[in-house]
Design a protein around this ligand. Structure first.
Ligand code: ATP
Ligand code: MG
Length: 401
């Protein structure tokens, strides 16, 4: 199995980059001798150790990790491992488990895992029947954490999301009954079918990780990860998410059709029941919290922070956009770039991490001017992704300090 197949540009960038260039983004205190780097790429690349880690996913397999004293992690059994190597291994185990149910969508699967590692929320938007709900359910099944699903419908009320006080006849008192947001993973399925009032009841929870009901603020559990799905081609009886709500999502992911070969594999896997049934919990709640902490520790060079901010601010001045991306987008892009580096077994971010993730972080936050959409010419409407692609080409990547 090719575990690095999703982002070929990253592999190319790392290979093409001269050692001196790569060192620009690498914190000096973490500089590793070439032998260690080579060994790590063997362990997390396509070598036999990596194959074994992905295939059996067992704790024993972690012995293949190269210990690095400066950023080590003590596992419960007393074993000491490299923190970033451990995070990468756990994330790849999670990806492999989700792929038991989802065929050929490595990039979407990795993006969802990156979202989880950033403690962000993910919106999956695409046409019907391409595996949106299946992907969300597979992630929940692969995590040994609390999971709730809410099917959004027009008659769903805010209290159905957050919870409500009910009268207890025996104690003659009101008691709070927690809504489905008191969980670790919340699948908000077909979120655009509920009314804006109900949709917005999720807002406070998503941003502040707390619920205020009847004037009382209640803390929510950690991690709290919302994975919402919506179908963009159906407008009758739906309530498209307003910009303010879209901004609360760290990223928007598209699925796309599988290739004919992949579709045949989907048919094969369904021959003996639904593939979701074979997905097992492989990563615990505590491990997710630990991975999130490691991601926050990944080094992001100052020049890359400037690059990232330049990219985001350029959307605010762009002639074709009436709304650019918010500082929340910059924060999200930074965190996601750190998570992508961690997934790749690196403790420093490369420019390619930022470039690869920019469309998923920015596109759903941008609003095109109506005249631009109308005047895009025959055949195809101009999309926000075109503007992001143009900016990625225009703005130079920092190569020297
Ligand atoms: N890439 C894929 N890999 C595996 N199964 C897939 C894939 N695409 C679709 N399927 C299968 O197709 C069926 C429909 O998928 P699912 O219900 O997840 O679609 P959806 O995108 O949520 O659709 P809707 O918008 O109608 O809710 C499921 O049985 C799922 O397993
Ligand atoms: Mg669905």
């Amino acid at each position: 199995m090719n575990i690095r197949a999703t982002f070929p540009t990253n592999a190319q960038a790392t290979e093409v980059m001269q050692p001196s260039e790569s060192a620009l983004y690498h914190p000096p205190r973490l500089a590793q001798p070439p032998a260690v780097r080579a060994a790590r790429s063997e362990a997390w690349g396509l070598g036999p150790t990596s194959q074994r880690l992905i295939e059996d996913g067992s704790r024993a397999a972690r012995r293949g990790i190269i210990p690095r004293p400066e950023r080590g992690l003590n596992l419960p059994g007393g074993e000491r491992v490299s923190a970033i190597g451990w995070t990468s291994e756990r994330a790849h185990v999670l990806v492999a488990e989700i792929e038991k149910a989802i065929v050929g969508k490595r990039q979407s699967v990795e993006l969802v895992v990156i979202g989880l590692l950033c403690n962000g929320h993910v919106l999956i938007e695409d046409i019907p029947g391409v595996g949106k709900t299946t992907l969300a359910k597979a992630l929940a099944a692969a995590l040994g954490a609390k999971y709730r699903r809410v099917q959004f419908t027009p008659d769903l009320l805010p209290a159905d999301i957050t919870g409500t006080s009910i009268f207890n006849q025996q104690t003659a008192q009101f008691a709070f009954r927690e809504g489905p947001v008191f969980t670790n993973v919340l699948l908000a399925d077909e979120i655009n079918r509920a009314t804006p009032k109900t949709q917005s009841s999720l807002l406070e929870c998503m941003e502040e990780f707390q619920v205020t009901v009847e004037g009382v603020a209640r803390k929510m559990e950690q991690p709290f990860f919302v994975i919402a799905t919506e179908n963009p081609i159906e407008y009758r009886g739906t309530y498209p998410l307003p910009e303010a709500q879209l901004d609360r999502f760290l990223m928007r992911i598209k699925m796309g059709y599988p290739s004919p070969q992949e579709e045949v594999t989907v048919l094969d896997r369904h021959a003996k029941g639904h593939p979701l049934a074979v997905v097992q919990p492989v990563v615990t709640r505590d491990e997710v919290l630990q991975m999130q902490a490691q991601v926050r520790d990944v080094h992001l060079d100052q020049s890359l922070k400037n690059y990232l901010v330049e990219l985001v601010t350029a959307t605010r001045q762009h002639a074709r956009l009436s709304l650019g991306a918010s500082p929340r987008a910059s924060l999200g892009l930074m965190r996601m770039a750190q998570a992508r580096a961690a997934l790749d077994g690196r403790d420093f971010v490369l420019p390619d991490d930022v470039k690869a993730l920019a469309p998923a972080v920015l596109c759903h936050r941008l609003v095109l001017k109506p005249s631009v959409v109308a005047g895009a010419g025959p055949g195809r409407m101009l999309e926000a992704s075109d503007v992001v692609a143009e900016l990625l080409k225009q703005i130079p990547v920092p190569v020297s300090r």
